[in-house]
Design a protein. Structure first.
Length: 273
């Protein structure tokens, strides 16, 4: 059965609109600063997507665009300006950065409370010590959906992704919910057989429609974090949705699933106490 994320999205939109309005009244933390290096089509598309989401909830957006030959000191200067500006509640830097720039130095320069993409080593460390408030948006979206699908305590969850964007932080977040978590990856053997044994499976490999009905166990919930394109250029996820939807207890779609919440959850990281 398809899992409908629209109630979660509507709830997020309403909550964010209230938070943004309150921030504007106070004059603190109501703006997002985007730092973009170069003019890659993917970055510009992502920028426009975030601006559209921000506009819906009343968040102001500033964009500082640099040439791809920019020096590190110039970016750090803009980061420091964003750190000092009380009106700016979040700083977002598009990655990957050009090779001549030290991404870790730049990410670490962002104040932790304004690091809404959770890229700084400090915020990542906090996730693994159970102190994290700011979470990577895709992992946060997967967790929100998993909780909406059913009680997580005691459930067996398999994550096929070991990145710092999804797999590793999500594993820590699920452990905090008392789930029993296994993390798989590209070297994991016989994933279809393994996957059938779990209550919840999260996929995030970027392989178009590679998850078929053979992967699906009884009463299983499936969360598809994959982003891929098929041979005709159509956006798909890891899961062959049409082949799986009637067998899985619940399964998210791509588009319209995890990704429909990520921009809103990224913006929500601006308003964490």
């Amino acid at each position: 059965m398809k899992f409908d994320v629209s109630p979660l999205r509507e709830q997020l939109l309403g909550d964010l609109t209230k938070k943004a309005a309150l921030a504007k009244e106070r004059g603190i933390g109501y703006k997002l600063l985007i730092l973009r290096v170069g003019d890659k089509k993917a970055d510009i598309s992502y920028e426009n997507s975030i601006k559209k989401s921000a506009e819906k909830v009343g968040i102001d957006v500033e964009v500082t665009a640099f040439a791809d030959t920019v020096g590190e000191s110039e970016i750090l200067s803009e980061v420091k300006r964003g750190n000092r500006d009380e009106g700016i509640g979040g700083i977002l830097i598009f990655h990957p950065l050009p090779k001549h720039l030290d991404a870790e130095t730049i990410d670490s320069a962002i104040q932790p409370e304004k690091d809404i993409d959770c890229l700084s080593p400090l915020n990542q460390w906090k996730i693994f010590t159970g102190q994290g408030k700011i979470m990577p948006a895709t992992a946060k979206s997967a967790l929100m959906i998993a909780e909406a699908m059913g009680e997580l305590e005691g459930k067996r969850v398999l994550i096929i992704n070991r990145s710092m964007v999804i797999g590793k932080p999500l594993a820590m977040m699920l452990l905090d919910k008392n789930a029993t978590v296994t993390v798989g990856h590209s070297r994991t053997k016989d994933i279809p057989c393994l996957a059938r044994e779990y209550d919840v499976v999260v996929y995030g490999t970027g392989q178009s429609r590679w998850v078929t009905a053979d992967f699906v166990g009884e009463d299983q919930c499936i969360i598809d974090c994959g982003i891929a394109f098929d041979e005709s250029g159509k956006l798909t996820g890891d899961v062959d949705f049409d082949a799986v939807v009637d067998k899985a207890h619940l399964v998210t779609s791509v588009p319209g699933g995890v990704g429909s919440l990520t921009n809103l959850l990224l913006l929500d990281n601006m308003f964490l106490d």
